[in-house]
Design a protein around this ligand. Structure first.
Ligand code: MG
Length: 263
């Protein structure tokens, strides 16, 4: 695929649909998001005259991943902030598919945690089955990029040796609003606002391991399925959210992922 476009999944009249987000609204696709990744020409896949107003639809998470593979420390400026030495290899963990929510959905504060943090991250979306892929071939397996908030119960993460509990509550993986298909992920502004106040602000060029290096590394451990998501780590400035807060993660050229924290 060689054209820049924003792919979305959305619900209208209780029906799930796929489309392309543009200035004039959402143009409906006759194929899945995964099939749109493979298309060499999108025009024949657009439904004629089917344009939806973004304010009249419910935006859904742009894919339904079988797994979300996340990277621990991956920003040089975040390592500096934490006074930690740079890792030799990425530290990985997985968030379950059941943690995924979409733009404008609610993050539910678990009663077992007293500190739930935000982490704005660039997310890579896999386009086709990927196993043992070399770094130079990785781009053929990337369908596009989106925004992810790696919501974390920080108190439980500190308490447990394994991070599974802290990272896996339902609603702990906001994803979206769209997948930008052709953006270069190596030099993008990434930021997060809590109740309108900037808390994180960095650039993806500060990553320790590039998205390509991460996909190579992860695909040599496990098979990545179409629609799987790789979360590439968070920049400095992580901190707590509380019930009633509004959190907005933004990546240049992709969009704003906005969610509400509820009890
Ligand atoms: Mg993270």
């Amino acid at each position: 695929m060689v054209f820049l476009m924003k792919l979305v999944r959305f619900k209208y009249n209780n029906l799930e649909k796929n489309g392309i987000l543009g200035n004039e609204g959402i143009k409906e696709l006759s194929c899945s998001i995964i099939d749109a990744f493979k298309a060499s020409n999108i025009q024949p896949l657009l439904k004629k005259d089917e344009v939806y107003n973004i304010n009249e639809v419910k935006i859904l998470p742009p894919v339904k991943p079988s797994k979300i593979v996340c990277v621990g420390l991956n920003y040089r400026d975040h390592a500096l902030e934490l006074n930690m030495k740079l890792p030799d290899e990425p530290v990985l963990f997985i968030k379950p598919s059941t943690s995924v929510i979409g733009n404008l959905d609610q993050i539910i504060y678990p009663t077992s945690s007293k500190q739930v943090d935000y982490e704005a991250e660039l997310a890579v979306v896999i386009s086709k089955k990927a196993h043992q892929i070399k770094k130079e071939d990785v781009d053929q397996y990337i369908g596009g990029h989106t925004v992810l908030n790696d919501v974390t119960a920080r108190d439980l993460q500190s308490k447990d040796v394994q991070w599974t509990r802290a990272k896996s509550f339902n609603t702990f993986c906001p994803l979206g609003p769209c997948i930008e298909t052709e953006i270069d992920p190596s030099n993008l502004e990434i930021s997060l606002k809590l109740n309108g106040e900037v808390k994180q602000s960095s650039n993806t060029r500060n990553m320790i391991f590039s998205p390509q290096e991460l996909v190579e590394f992860i695909s040599n451990i496990m098979t990545l399925n179409p629609g799987d998501v790789i979360a590439t780590g968070t920049p400095p400035g992580v901190g707590p959210m509380y019930i009633g807060d509004t959190v907005e993660a933004e990546i240049e050229g992709i969009g704003v992922l906005k969610n509400y924290v509820k009890g």
